[in-house]
Design a binder for this molecule. Structure first.
Ligand code: WT7
Length: 595
């Protein structure tokens, strides 16, 4: 593939940015012309931020899987689309070429159809990081079903809440997942989810760990059996459903400042173009490069930079099942070496945790294939930035610091590798199409340089959130009501003397723990569900590895608590039940009044 919209110089960036502001419809219309459409759009953009109503490429018809798969077949059918590395380094890695992935996606799309999944249906996917997760995701998109991927670390209760909210009737899962030294019993968690549930019609189970699992007749079916049935039907083809530009592609739940997670809804055309445009420009992707994004597909980073961005570009996307420290802290570097990774995109929290193991482990690793490094998820501290630059990039790889959110779909503020200037700890400059404003508490726009304020976006971009599933008012309240006619990010931000942006962290009641969003209200609710707890308050505190740690103040009713230590552990169990282990506080302090 060639990318005529790939920005080549700082001058080019400035010109593109200007055009995106002066003539947004011309700008995005020209970019959209590079994709596969079943029917071109009638109008590039219609919008208002008051309802809000955002429509990009209205009237257009397309299918994102034709852009991610079919259109690459002729010239790049034998190029690896996905390279997969197992949790255990002794297990054989797998490669799926574009041809193979296309075939498997169509096959599994037919499995979905055979089981009654229709366009517009919501399908929950709860799997580990295996190629079948990408196959299931794309198969949903193939037939126009709306996928909602749930991170493997969430509890049964958290899944049940999301399932109910999305009114999903189908679940795709696996028997289990391998992650580091432990196995995650995925199906058994799903079984807990489904106790008393009468709305889920089918659970499709892929065999990964082959732990003994319960399989309920008529409801639970094996992935492999269903694939055999499709093979027996003898039709390997599955047409790509014709989708409207604004048809929802997926729902992804994220925590906010209020109690319950919200289902962020992304569109088909706008999201696709935004994921692709940012992938090609931020990383300056060149055909043939191997891209390794270490995120989990359960988060937006994995959606946009393991699946949709790379595949829509015909790139080779490396997918890793395990964790950075298993079997030892050299695992990422072994993978880079083994697959000659060119672009490595990870989180500051991973860099900091690997830093702690020292540089000895790097001695026998060949990292010379690396050309571009990236970070995402939280502000990166100076020390981690310099360590990454020196020890991993050997001072010859630009580091792109990409600021964005689940709601923004893909990168919003970032330097572009070797094209625009970088500055340690700064996300630097907005992508073309991203119009920023800093505002004070009163809503005044803060002009000039050398200032800071609350980060807002004043104009729509193609990949932006369209609604929160089932509750549009919530979308309006959360993002479009704090500042009139602006999207409010919830982040604080500094603009330095040169006009470069540095994100300073959340200004709302959301913590960023190891790059994951934890809503304080959601966590307080979970703690308050524990017997004997009267009230609780969550605050963040600076944490060397996680960026922010979680500190819980808890008031107990004072009756029958044998030992404080045991009560602490009980509370952690309740949190693990209600949300998942990722939300466990680092410290719990019992107090008689809240600070
Ligand atoms: C929040 C969004 C974007 C995918 C991963 C997280 C923080 C994200 C950066 C960065 C400083 C960052 C912000 C943002 N954040 N990237 N490069 N520098 N902060 O997605 O869970 O939706 O969280 O992560 O606070 O609002 P998310």
């Amino acid at each position: 593939m060639s990318f005529p919209y790939q920005i080549k110089s700082f001058e080019d960036y400035k010109a593109s940015y200007k055009k995106s502001v002066d003539q947004p419809e011309v700008f995005w219309g020209e970019i959209a012309d590079n994709f596969a459409w079943k029917k071109k759009w009638d109008k590039v953009l219609e919008w208002n931020f008051t309802e809000p109503k955002i429509e990009w490429f209205k009237g257009g018809k397309l299918n994102i899987t034709e852009n991610c798969l079919d259109r690459h077949l002729e010239l790049s059918g034998d190029v690896p689309a996905i390279i997969w590395e197992a949790n255990n380094p002794t297990e054989k890695s797998r490669t799926l070429t574009y041809k193979e992935l296309h075939f498997k996606v169509m096959q599994f799309a037919n499995v979905l159809k055979n089981n009654g999944v229709q366009k517009g249906d919501r399908v929950c996917i709860y799997m580990g990081m295996i190629p079948e997760l990408a196959i299931a995701t794309l198969a949903c998109a193939r037939i126009g079903a709306i996928h909602s991927i749930i991170f493997g670390g969430f509890s049964a209760q958290a899944i049940a809440d999301r399932l109910d909210d999305a009114k999903a009737e189908f679940i795709i899962t696996a028997d289990g997942a391998f992650r580091g030294a432990k196995d995650i019993p995925l199906k058994s968690v799903v079984d807990d989810v489904l106790i008393g549930n009468h709305t889920v019609k089918k659970v499709i189970v892929y065999t990964r760990t082959r732990v003994p699992i319960s399989m309920i007749k008529d409801r639970d079916i094996w992935w492999e059996d269903e694939v055999e049935k499709v093979e027996a039907q003898g039709n390997p083809f599955c047409p790509a459903e014709s989708m409207d530009s604004e048809d929802p592609l997926f729902i992804l739940y994220t925590s906010g400042s209020t109690g319950k997670p919200k289902g962020v809804v992304h569109s088909t055309a706008g999201y696709m173009i935004w994921a692709n445009y940012t992938f090609v420009n931020v990383f300056q992707y060149r055909p043939g490069q191997v891209h390794f994004c270490t995120a989990d597909i359960g988060w937006i980073t994995g959606h946009s930079y393991i699946i949709y961005g790379p595949l829509s570009s015909g790139a080779t996307s490396l997918m890793f099942e395990g964790v950075p420290t298993y079997p030892d802290a050299g695992r990422f570097w072994d993978i880079v070496d083994k697959f000659k990774v060119n672009i490595l995109y990870t989180a500051p929290t991973a860099i900091r945790s690997l830093m702690a193991f020292g540089t000895d482990i790097l001695k026998d690793k060949n990292l010379s294939s690396l050309e571009v490094l990236g970070t995402v998820g939280e502000p990166i501290n100076e020390e981690a930035w310099h360590w990454y630059n020196k020890n991993i990039g050997k001072e010859k790889c630009p580091i792109v610091d990409t600021w964005w959110q689940t709601e923004t779909g893909a990168a919003m503020i970032s330097n572009m590798a070797n094209v625009t200037p970088s500055k340690p700890t700064y996300a630097t400059l907005p992508m073309p199409g991203v119009q920023l404003a800093l505002r004070d508490e009163q809503g005044n726009i803060i002009e000039g340089n050398g200032v800071s304020g609350n980060l807002c976006i004043t104009f729509p971009w193609p990949g932006m959130i369209r609604t929160t599933y089932g509750d549009h008012e919530r979308c309006k309240q959360t993002y479009f009501s704090t500042y009139e006619n602006n999207y409010f990010t919830g982040d604080g931000c500094l603009r330095d003397e040169e006009g470069m942006y540095r994100i300073t962290g959340r200004v709302d009641d959301v913590l960023n723990v190891s790059g994951h969003r934890i809503g304080t209200a959601e966590l307080e609710n979970a703690i308050n569900m524990h017997t004997g707890v009267i009230e609780s308050a969550i605050v963040g505190y600076p944490h060397d590895l996680k960026g922010q740690g979680i500190y819980a103040y808890v008031i107990l009713d004072g009756v029958h608590h044998e030992s404080e230590e045991l009560t602490r552990k009980d509370i952690l169990q309740t949190i693990t039940r209600i949300i998942g282990a990722i939300a466990k506080p680092d410290k719990i302090q019992f107090v008689s009044g809240l600070p």
